[in-house]
Design a protein around this ligand. Structure first.
Ligand SMILES: [Fe+2]
Ligand SMILES: [Fe+2]
Length: 179
């Protein structure tokens, strides 16, 4: 079945959103590059690549449906981060917002009886992963919360101790990525 105009609009919006997520995480990556925190750097590089994968995944679906889509990517406002605290909030909030958008698409598709789109959201794996867009989104939201809590766990009033803690989390991320 052809996609409805509503679903087409939502998917076009979603692909722009995923592309913007990629740009956001590239900004985060740049922040860590300047600080020489390689674990965080690589972690957000992975996130950025993942977001680009979501963007491509949506394009593939629109192609498969022969949908008359347009790529209209949102411009990204410059983002200033003051500290790692800001970043983990930003990361978690970005993921929560993305989950909500995907759930809204699923809800709309269900309401329309568009089982193909529902099934694509829940079952069709992204690239060579074994996770569908919504499954992967749930994992990413969990991962963002875990990182946010980890960072917040060790932060206090002492700048020097905070710096040490961030380097410790950085090392942990690096081990996790290379392990
Ligand atoms: Fe995404
Ligand atoms: Fe994500």
């Amino acid at each position: 079945m052809l996609l409805s105009n509503t679903i087409l609009d939502m998917l076009q919006n979603q692909l722009a959103h995923e592309y913007t997520n990629q740009s956001k995480y590239r900004n985060v990556q740049a922040y860590f590059s300047a600080l020489n925190l390689e674990g965080f750097y690589k972690y957000f590089e992975e996130q950025a690549k993942g977001e680009y994968g979501h963007y491509e995944h949506i394009i593939s679906y629109l192609d498969q449906k022969n949908a008359p889509y347009k790529i209209n990517v949102e411009a990204l406002e410059p983002i200033e981060f003051n500290n790692v605290n800001d970043i983990v909030d930003f990361y978690y909030n970005t993921e929560i917002g993305t989950t909500q958008l995907l759930y809204a698409i699923a809800k709309q598709a269900k309401a329309e009886g568009d089982e193909g789109t529902v099934s694509w959201l829940y079952n069709v794996p992204i690239g060579d992963t074994n996770l569908s867009l919504i499954n992967e989104q749930n994992e990413e939201e969990d991962a963002a919360l875990i990182l946010k809590q980890k960072v917040l766990d060790g932060l206090g009033d002492n700048e020097q101790l905070n710096g040490q803690w961030i380097r410790q989390v950085d090392k942990m991320l690096l081990e996790q990525l290379e392990g």
